[in-house]
Design a protein. Structure first.
Length: 160
């Protein structure tokens, strides 16, 4: 069922594939194309076309939520196991709780601004923004801005 699921998701994003690929590193585009070609070979061209057409007809929000839940069910347990808690850092809170300032920085990070733009908006230096972002990523155990933004959405920090 994994090939069918992947083909359905591929069909769902097909209208936006050029935009998505433009934002991806060339190696990732090549890898994506190779995976799609492998899935089409394994399913057969007719079945692949049928499943991708079903994906195109699926509401984007439904497909994204389904894909998110599927990926989380596969990846989250492995990530949790791999991300063992780090020991406390001397002189720093490392309990996973964000300070008020870090929450403020996270909200602005999630708006898509650059570090320089965040610094201007909050009246702090770019270096301070970088330090806050690093602490936020460490405390949330995420790998970057995108995962931090997703975390903030899941936890209702960006509502209202």
């Amino acid at each position: 069922g994994e090939n069918e699921r992947a083909a359905r998701y591929h069909g769902n994003i097909q209208a936006h594939i050029l935009f998505l690929e433009a934002a991806m590193p060339p190696a990732s585009v090549l890898q994506h194309e190779q995976v799609v070609a492998r899935i089409e070979r394994e399913l057969g061209s007719d079945a692949f076309a049928t499943v991708t057409a079903a994906g195109e007809a699926t509401d984007r929000r439904v497909a994204v939520e389904e894909a998110r839940a599927w990926v989380e069910s596969l990846v989250a347990p492995a990530l949790r196991a791999r991300r063992a808690p780090r020991g406390d850092l001397p002189g720093r809170r490392n309990d996973g709780a964000l300070s008020d300032r870090q929450l403020e920085v996270l909200r602005v990070v999630a708006s898509g601004l650059s570090n320089k733009e965040i610094a201007l908006e909050l009246g702090i230096s770019t270096k301070t923004v970088e330090h806050h972002a690093e602490a936020i990523f460490r405390k949330l155990r995420v790998r970057g801005r995108t995962e931090a933004t997703a975390w903030a959405h899941r936890h209702g920090l960006l509502d209202g």
